[in-house]
Design a protein around this ligand. Structure first.
Ligand SMILES: Nc1ncnc2c1ncn2[C@@H]1O[C@H](COP(=O)(O)OP(=O)(O)O)[C@@H](O)[C@H]1O
Ligand SMILES: Nc1ccn([C@@H]2O[C@H](COP(=O)(O)OP(=O)(O)O)[C@@H](O)[C@H]2O)c(=O)n1
Length: 211
């Protein structure tokens, strides 16, 4: 099969990761969850007792990031959600993570999901998808996910956190969240994971059929 790059962007808990994993398996491509990179940087700043908006500390942690950090089990807490979004607004942090993301797809193509994959990381991606869902649907999904992990959270707090993070991600100056002009939009508010996959796979098959 052709080595292609599939870029998936969208707001928090829209279903990017679920879809990306399914596509990677179906089309035999490596998968990178780029949100994890920002989560690791945020986590490492917190481990140092630092402030995630500290440019020098966050940039240093981004430059020192290793592949094994991505396997840490403490990257999906509300504290790390906020720290990831804060470090993600720092241009030097984003620059330090760019090479890692680009080289990931060099050998065998890849599926990558994040906020700026189709706009900045891979503007030449073969397929660009922009995944959305209403705020209430996304909050309900993230709430269920966190509760299943045993977290003591309320639906209201989860929804407020998602809304604040989306707003920060959309309005920052550095690589703001927005659909690439040539991205195909998929709203998963009323689509289960199978239907979202079918819609996305259709776009991938069209790209593969191109000469
Ligand atoms: N199309 C869908 N329908 C219903 N639930 C979904 C769908 N896609 C993902 N989910 C669930 O929603 C939650 C967030 O999905 P995830 O893929 O992690 O989103 P993201 O990567 O955009 O943050 C997960 O619990 C996942 O199982
Ligand atoms: N390519 C990316 C990926 C994530 N991020 C940042 O990292 C945070 C966490 O991303 P994530 O994809 O793990 O978040 P969820 O969608 O899983 O909630 C986001 O809120 C963004 O601020 C980014 O700026 N650019």
């Amino acid at each position: 099969m052709k080595h292609i790059v599939i870029a998936i962007d969208g707001p928090a808990a829209s279903g990017k990761g679920t879809l990306a994993r399914r596509l990677a398996e179906a089309f035999n491509l490596p998968y990178l969850d780029t949100g994890l990179l920002y989560r690791v940087v945020g986590r490492r700043v917190l481990d140092h007792g630092g402030d995630p908006s500290d440019v020098a500390l966050a940039s240093e942690q981004a430059r020192g990031l290793g592949r094994l950090d991505l396997e840490r089990g403490d990257l999906r807490t509300p504290e790390v959600d906020r720290a990831a979004s804060a470090v993600a607004s720092i241009p030097a942090v984003r620059a330090a993570l760019l090479d890692f993301q680009r080289s990931f797809a060099l050998h065998a193509g890849a599926v990558l999901d994040g906020r700026d994959i189709g706009t900045i990381v891979f503007p030449e991606a073969d397929v660009k998808l922009y995944i959305t869902a209403s705020l209430t649907v996304r909050a309900a999904r993230r709430f269920a996910e966190r509760r299943a992990l045993g977290a003591e959270v309320t639906l209201e707090a989860v929804q407020a956190d998602l809304a604040a993070r989306d707003e920060a991600d959309r309005t920052r100056a550095a690589a703001p969240l927005r659909p690439a002009e040539d991205a195909h939009r998929i709203d998963t508010s009323a689509l289960d994971a199978n239907h979202a996959f079918a819609a996305a796979a259709d776009w991938v098959n069209r790209a593969l059929a191109k000469p």
